[in-house]
Design a protein around this ligand. Structure first.
Ligand code: MN
Length: 198
């Protein structure tokens, strides 16, 4: 997306087609299974699937807002339904580079869980439901998990200076996993979790 087509010092009106999560003005960034093959616990299921297919797990639209104090970055994410082994399709998950920054997610369509954890050892798994807003507190890494059968479409807003730290989660994972159990989604310990700051 070429951010220069907008003047971020004046009022800007941008349409997102919130029924689909798509934008007429931005290009989406796409994350396929190959882009996040280590995010799933069942490495065998990942490699088996990659031999025949490389499914699109999610895509998101952001609008090149300058990373200035006082600006707000925003966009939409479309997280598709599906499973890899017992785990649902999910986003990579990240901390913000500036840990002390929060984020708001508004669920437009679908259902899921926002999995969160902070370096102090606290974790949260909050349901995401259509037409509800979710506040991700400062210091919490966050990952969306699509537990439904429809695309999970969200609109998000965060501090434009926050930045994204994907590396810590790529290395250590989340301390919890959300898996598909006999009675629906279940939060379980992640046997591969490599954190340990607390
Ligand atoms: Mn974020």
């Amino acid at each position: 997306m070429n951010g220069s087509r907008f003047d971020w010092n004046s009022s800007v009106s941008i349409d997102f087609l919130l029924t689909s999560g798509k934008s007429g003005t931005a290009q989406s960034s796409k994350r396929t299974l190959e882009n996040m093959r280590n995010a799933y616990g069942d490495r065998g299921a990942v490699e088996d699937l990659l031999k025949q297919d490389n499914p699109l797990i999610y895509e998101f639209y952001e609008l090149g807002v300058p990373e200035r104090r006082g600006d707000l970055a925003f966009g939409t994410t479309i997280l598709y339904p599906g499973r890899i082994g017992s785990e649902y399709y999910m986003t990579k998950g990240h901390y913000h580079n500036v840990l002390e920054t929060a984020e708001v997610y508004f669920t437009v369509h679908g259902e899921g869980i926002m999995l969160m954890e902070n370096p102090e050892g606290d974790w949260l798994a909050e349901p995401m439901k259509a037409q509800a807003a979710l506040y991700v507190p400062r210091r919490y890494a966050h990952r969306m998990i699509n537990t439904g059968s429809e695309p999970l479409i969200t609109f998000f807003v965060f501090d434009a200076t926050a930045g994204h730290n994907y590396g810590d989660i790529e290395r250590q994972g989340f301390r919890k996993l959300v898996v598909c159990g006999p009675d629906g989604p279940q939060v379980v310990d992640n046997p591969r979790w490599k954190g340990g700051k607390s």
